[in-house]
Design a protein around this ligand. Structure first.
Ligand code: 0O2
Ligand code: 0O2
Length: 220
C-alpha cells in the first residue's frame, strides 16, 4: 500500500514540469530559427491517483512494483502537424543526453484494433531531489493533431461505455480513425506548399513587428 500519494507523486510532478519546459523549448528554438517546428504543442500530466489505482487492479500491478510496471504515471504528449514531424521528433529525442529511451511503440505503423494511432516512447528520466537523484519512468506520446482529435473523442466515449462500445459505434470510430489518417496523408501530400505559406506568414508577422517597433521608437 502507498500511504502518502502526494509524497510518492512529487518526483513525477517535477519530471512532468521539467519535460514540458524542455519540449516546449525545442519548439521555441525552431521558431527562433524561423524554421518549421515539428512540435506544434506539448501537454503533460501526472496520472490521477484514482486512475493509478484502477490500472493497478486491471493490470495486477503490486504496490511494490508500481514504479517499474506503470510507465505512464508521468505522461507527456507532443502534438505535430504532419506524420513526418512525428519521426523527426522521435529522432530528436533519441539524440538527447538528459533522458534514456527504454521502449518505443509505433502505433502508427501498427494501428491498434480500436483505430488508435500514436508513437509512444518510454523514457527513464533523472529527477534531482534534495535527497539525491531519482530515476523515474515517463511515457511520451507523439501524435498528429488529427490523431489527437480522434483519441480525445474516443477517450471521452470510453468513460461512458467503459471500453464496451456497441458494435455500430465501434465500427464508426474505426472509420473515423481511418478518415483522420487519410486527412494526415492528404496534408502530407501538400506539406511543402503549407510550410511555404506558414513561413511567409511568420516572415510577414516579423516584418510588421519590426515596423511597429521602429514606429514606437520614432514617437519617443
Ligand atoms: P482530462 O481531460 O481528464 O485528461 P500548462 O499550464 O499548459 O503548463 P497544464 O494546465 O497542466 O499545463 O495542462 P497541459 O500540460 O496543457 O495538459 C494537461 C492535459 O493534457 C490533461 O488534461 C490531459 O488530458 C492531457 N495529457 C497530456 N499528456 C498526457 C498523457 O501522456 N496522457 C494522458 N492521459 N493525458 C495527457 P487534464 O486536465 O488532466 O484532464
Ligand atoms: P490514460 O491516462 O487514461 O490515457 P495497453 O493498455 O495494454 O493497451 P500499455 O502497454 O500500458 O497499453 O501502453 P500503451 O498501449 O503503449 O499506452 C497506453 C496509453 O495509450 C493509454 O493510457 C492511452 O493514453 C493511450 N491509448 C492506447 N490505446 C488507446 C485507444 O485505443 N484509445 C485512446 N484514446 N487512447 C489509447 P491509459 O492507461 O488508457 O491511461
Amino acid at each position: 500500500m502507498i500511504e502518502n500519494w502526494q509524497h510518492f507523486l512529487l518526483p513525477y510532478q517535477q519530471a512532468v514540469n521539467e519535460l514540458k519546459v524542455k519540449l516546449r523549448g525545442m519548439r521555441k528554438q525552431y521558431q527562433d530559427a524561423e524554421q518549421h517546428s515539428p512540435i506544434e504543442f506539448v501537454t503533460g500530466r501526472v496520472k490521477p491517483v484514482d486512475s493509478i489505482k484502477e490500472k493497478m487492479v486491471r493490470r495486477h500491478v503490486q504496490a511494490d512494483r508500481l514504479e517499474q510496471d506503470m510507465q505512464d504515471i508521468a505522461g507527456l504528449r507532443i502534438m505535430c502537424q504532419f506524420v513526418e514531424d512525428i519521426y523527426e521528433v522521435v529522432d530528436l529525442l533519441r539524440q538527447r543526453s538528459d533522458m534514456t529511451i527504454l521502449e518505443e511503440r509505433d502505433y502508427i505503423s501498427n494501428v491498434k484494433p480500436s483505430g488508435y494511432r500514436s508513437y509512444h516512447i518510454v523514457i527513464e528520466y533523472p529527477v534531482q531531489l534534495v535527497t539525491g537523484e531519482k530515476r523515474i519512468l515517463a511515457e511520451i506520446q507523439i501524435r498528429t493533431l488529427a490523431m489527437n482529435f480522434w483519441a480525445t473523442i474516443e477517450h471521452s466515449l470510453n468513460y461512458k461505455y467503459q471500453g464496451e462500445f456497441p458494435e455500430e459505434l465501434s465500427a464508426r470510430l474505426q472509420r473515423a480513425a481511418e478518415a483522420a489518417f487519410r486527412l494526415d496523408n492528404e496534408m502530407s501530400e501538400i506539406r511543402e506548399e503549407i510550410q511555404e505559406a506558414q513561413n511567409l506568414f511568420s516572415y510577414k508577422k516579423s516584418i510588421q513587428h519590426q515596423a511597429g517597433g521602429e514606429q514606437g521608437l520614432s514617437k519617443e
